[in-house]
Design a protein around this ligand. Structure first.
Ligand SMILES: C[S@@+](CC[C@H](N)C(=O)[O-])C[C@H]1O[C@@H](n2cnc3c(N)ncnc32)[C@H](O)[C@@H]1O
Length: 397
């Protein structure tokens, strides 16, 4: 049963305003008053959004909206870098790997909380955007084939890693961020004949979020072919069932590998003749069997293959040809650039850990481009919510 609300002593001016406005919108009196109350409630529940909206009397500029966010499966903070760049303030982070925590602390001055499964949702401050690149290994092509070969479970059947999505879903359910912004490997959507993705999408929709998803290749922003699925979810109770969200288009000019290479890389990154001979022989053997896997010599005028978390092993997926000697692998700094991380971020861990961390990370410039589109929807929502107020101001003038 729905509650009743009777309002007495409505001032005459308010009464005629209601009549005028609801007629213009083709709404009944009840529909109009309820929509005004719902918008007022939303503004109250999104305090930062609301203050941004109150402070402006003209169209709301998306880039001027302050917002808060949380950073789950934070790694080295790829989401954080991107969201802070456009005015976000991080209020909570979680990452359990001690080396990633070390980098995160060095770069962001904050030690993330550990295992997500031990975090109580009640301890998470209220926030506007929840960001999470949940673990992809149980879903990635490399992860799945390795796990299958070793007889391990993958996807949701992987008790430890696959089910972490549900820890995240519980946090979303209990903290109700207006927006959830997730990222994963492209293979998430084809894993287990699409069933894994179906469960994820349905879980988010059942939580009453409108879900948008798109595979985006980071090659439009950085010189690396890196396809990832970006999942943007809007709380239906806040934004309605048709938030006008659109994924971004890549910039017109694409960067090339040559632009991020170091001038004088340390010779230690050159492959030993022995390793180079082994890689060539391994590739030839696999080619003969009809398999495409092998080393990848990168073209300076083009983009590289995807940097993986296993790059530290032999660097074979991205090798830089060198005149008169064996090719070399990328330096950790070059990997940072390949992922779109700025040079002012000092690498605080060993080469091995740095390669792993960059290979696991999101590409901040892509996250930033998607997040700017999210802010446009928030601005649209605020415009809607503040329309009545601004109309009144305009009339007073
Ligand atoms: C795909 S990476 C995300 C990287 C991150 N988006 C970035 O830009 O660096 C997933 C991260 O989840 C972390 N992780 C895995 N299981 C976890 C758990 N139970 N609790 C907290 N973090 C976890 C891993 O250590 C890894 O850093």
């Amino acid at each position: 049963m729905q509650d009743q609300l009777l309002i007495r002593k409505v001032p005459h001016t308010v009464r005629s305003w209601i009549d005028r406005e609801r007629r213009q919108r083709g709404m009944t009196q009840q529909e109009f008053i309820l929509s005004v109350l719902e918008q007022a409630q939303t503004s109250e529940e999104l305090p930062l959004f609301a203050s941004a909206a109150r402070s402006t009397s003209s169209a709301i500029a998306p880039e001027s909206i302050p917002f808060t966010f949380t950073d789950f499966f934070a790694g080295i903070g790829g989401f954080r870098i991107a969201l802070e760049r456009i005015g976000g303030r991080c209020v909570f982070s979680s990452e359990w790997d001690k080396y990633s925590q070390r980098t995160y602390h060095a770069w962001h001055g904050e030690m993330p909380e550990g295992d997500i499964r031990k975090i109580k949702p009640a301890d998470i401050p209220s926030h506007d955007i929840l960001a999470a690149g949940f673990p992809c290994q149980p879903f990635s092509i490399a992860g799945v084939s390795k796990r299958q070969a070793l007889g391990y479970a993958h996807g949701f059947r992987d008790k430890n890693q696959g089910n972490l999505f549900f820890s995240l879903a519980t946090i979303i359910q209990q903290t109700r961020p207006p927006v959830a912004f997730l990222e994963n490997v492209k293979n998430l959507q084809s894993h287990n004949q699409g069933r894994t993705w179906e469960v994820i999408r349905r879980t988010l929709e059942d939580l009453d979020y409108v879900v948008f998803d798109r595979v985006i290749d980071a090659a439009g922003w950085v010189p690396q072919h890196r396809e990832r699925v970006y999942i943007v979810c809007f709380d239906r109770k806040v934004f309605g069932s048709k938030p006008p969200f659109e994924f971004p288009e890549p910039p017109a000019e694409k960067p090339t590998l040559g632009s991020i290479l170091e001038k004088n890389p340390d010779p230690k990154y050159t492959l030993s003749d022995h390793l180079w001979a082994y890689l060539q022989e391994y590739a030839a053997r696999h080619k003969a069997k009809g398999n495409g896997f092998g080393f990848g010599l990168a073209d300076r005028a083009g983009v590289t293959r995807t940097l993986s978390a296993r790059y530290f092993k032999d660097g074979s997926e991205i090798l830089i040809p060198q005149e008169g000697k064996s090719p070399r692998r990328l330096t950790p700094r070059e990997c940072a650039r390949l992922m779109g991380f700025d040079d002012n971020l000092k690498i605080a861990v060993s080469d091995t850990q740095a390669y792993r961390q960059f290979g696991n990370a999101v590409v901040p410039p892509v996250v930033e481009a998607v997040a700017k589109q999210i802010l446009k929807v928030i601005a649209w929502h605020l415009e809607k919510g503040c329309l009545l107020k601004r109309t009144k101001t305009a009339r007073a003038n």
